[in-house]
Write a protein that binds this ligand. Structure first.
Ligand code: ADP
Ligand code: MG
Length: 244
């Protein structure tokens, strides 16, 4: 379980990027952070994955905080960032083996898991191709597979379907649903409301570093007195966004 408690973040003194955010994500659920560019999604996810520390507030993963046991938290989370670039000269297969060694995964187990994940995500035919020769979708799927190499119970995916074509996007979302069924706690961020709508058990609409509204698709649609989720999202955004 992930617990975010009244978290604030300022990159520069006097200007808060995250202005007091709290939520919980239970095992076996997908929680979506939905918001336009600049809302603070990546900042929040970097704090949850311990890459950044909050200026105020606390975050725990299965009751552990980064202060208590950083290594144990890293074992428990799989983080997919929008920033990382895979080495263009390497291949999905070589990268997998490199990270398997980094995580100390026994050889036999690593091979089995590679077959499983590369198979599920359709990477097999491309596993020995250079990263530089792969499509955006295939690179993203390789990043996803590698972020899950250690079978983490907590999954933090920043814009996992960004820039993917509809077929690849569906492959990724179907796999996330499978992981949810297996009991993983999943947080994903997106600026695409269809992704949030089709995947998430609960959605927080993030506007200017604050949760403007939170609930299921049905709850948010009703709350905004809208006829569908798209309309609800725009209404909630307009009501909460403040031009600086
Ligand atoms: N390292 C940083 N230093 C200063 N400002 C930053 C930094 N990273 C992000 N920001 C600012 O914080 C705000 C939120 O950014 P971000 O978390 O990337 O939002 P999102 O992922 O929702 O697009 C933006 O105004 C962005 O310019
Ligand atoms: Mg972002």
């Amino acid at each position: 379980m992930i617990s975010v408690n009244d978290v604030h973040k300022s990159y520069t003194a006097g200007k808060e990027t995250i202005k007091g955010v709290s939520f919980c994500v239970n095992n076996g659920t997908i929680f979506g952070l939905l918001g336009p560019n600049g809302a603070g999604k990546t900042t929040l996810m970097q704090m949850i994955s311990t890459l950044l520390s909050p200026s105020e507030g606390s975050i725990t993963i299965d009751g552990l905080s980064a202060k208590d046991n950083l290594l144990e938290i890293h074992r428990r989370i799989g983080y997919l960032t929008t920033e990382v670039r895979l080495d263009p000269m390497s291949t999905p297969d070589k990268l997998w083996d490199f990270f398997a060694e980094l995580y100390d995964i026994p050889k036999e187990q690593s091979l089995q898991r590679k077959e499983e994940l590369f198979g599920k995500l359709g990477i097999m035919p491309f596993k020995n191709k250079r990263i530089s020769e792969l499509s955006t979708g295939m690179k993203q799927k390789a990043s996803i597979a590698i972020s899950l190499i250690h079978n983490p119970p907590v999954i933090i995916f920043d814009e996992p379907t960004n820039g993917l074509d509809i077929l690849t996007s569906k492959q990724v979302t179907d796999y996330l649903l499978e992981l949810k069924k297996e009991g993983h706690s999943i947080i994903l961020s997106t600026h695409i409301f269809q992704v949030a709508e089709s995947l998430c058990d609960e959605i927080a609409i993030l506007v200017d570093g604050k949760i403007a509204a939170q609930g299921t698709v049905e709850e948010l649609t009703e709350l905004a007195n809208a006829s569908n989720f798209e309309e609800a999202f725009f209404k909630i955004y307009v009501e909460n966004h403040v031009e600086e």
